[in-house]
Design a protein around this ligand. Sequence first.
Ligand code: F6P
Length: 320
Amino acid sequence: MKKIAVMTSGGDAPGMNAAVRAVVRRGINLGCSVFGVRRGYTGLLNGNKLIEMELGSVADIIHRGGTILLTARAPEMFEPAYQDQAADFLKKEGIEGLVVIGGEGSFKGALTLEERGIKVSGVPATIDNDINGTEQTIGFDTAVNTILDAVNKLRDTATSHERVFLLEVMGRNNGFLALAAGLAGGAESILVPEMEYDLDEVCERVLHGIRRQKAHSIIVVAEGAGDVFYINEEIKKRLKADIRVTVLGHIQRGGSPSAVDRMLGSRMGALAVDLLSEGKSGYYTAFRGNEVFPTSLKQSFDQARKFPEELYKLALILAR
Ligand code: F6P
């Protein structure tokens, strides 16, 4: 394979740049020309000029959040006519293989290009950590640490005022981020879409804390678990307490990637290129048991990633 391209797609995630760097440098190391697609699938559909990447094009990016290639959401890629258009563009440019760095939607798009004769490799990158078959996605670790930083700061002020805080975190329809941040942050309750919750019980946990002289209560709410402002009103009604809501928002998607995300990006990016150079297509780089394995792209979305219920229960036991 002589000519490959790399793109980042969907929500950006810290560590994407480390993956881009690995794709470019491993590709050049194997004798390929590597091109960067700007703005993900939108870039392909708009026929954006591909950028020839040199070794120096990816210098000084391993420590940066976001993605130097820019990214976008391209819902058009769910339609066959646009899938044809994207594949035709790559063929016209002589691109034989494409590395797609992104989440589930990006992987679905990649498979439609494969059906049209482009060899593809996926690198799982999303702060949501919601891809089936990999224990971790690029960006998750950094996002959890960013949330923890917020939890620590909220604890300071919550303790000083003896208040209850609701902290809404991202994760789309999943509670993986909320669970990790809640467990590592010692949150009193964690509300996630995967587990039914009862606000009376949440309030009982707060009261239990107060009875044993806890000065603060932090409740982590996954954005998919319900409207945090509604939850706030309901808890206020029951507790008649002074509650504050913090919505962390896109802050949790930025920032310099952690060591874990830089390592994942580096290992996964390189493996994605190795697969293409061996003529393999339709795989993504999954992390399991400290190894990175080629895994069928289909497996990444043919079933939802299992929520670790035992870990959730443990988090609640430990925060009593
Ligand atoms: O998938 C990553 C993510 O940050 C989700 O956690 C969140 O629901 C969504 O993207 C937000 O998307 P946007 O940046 O388009 O508002």
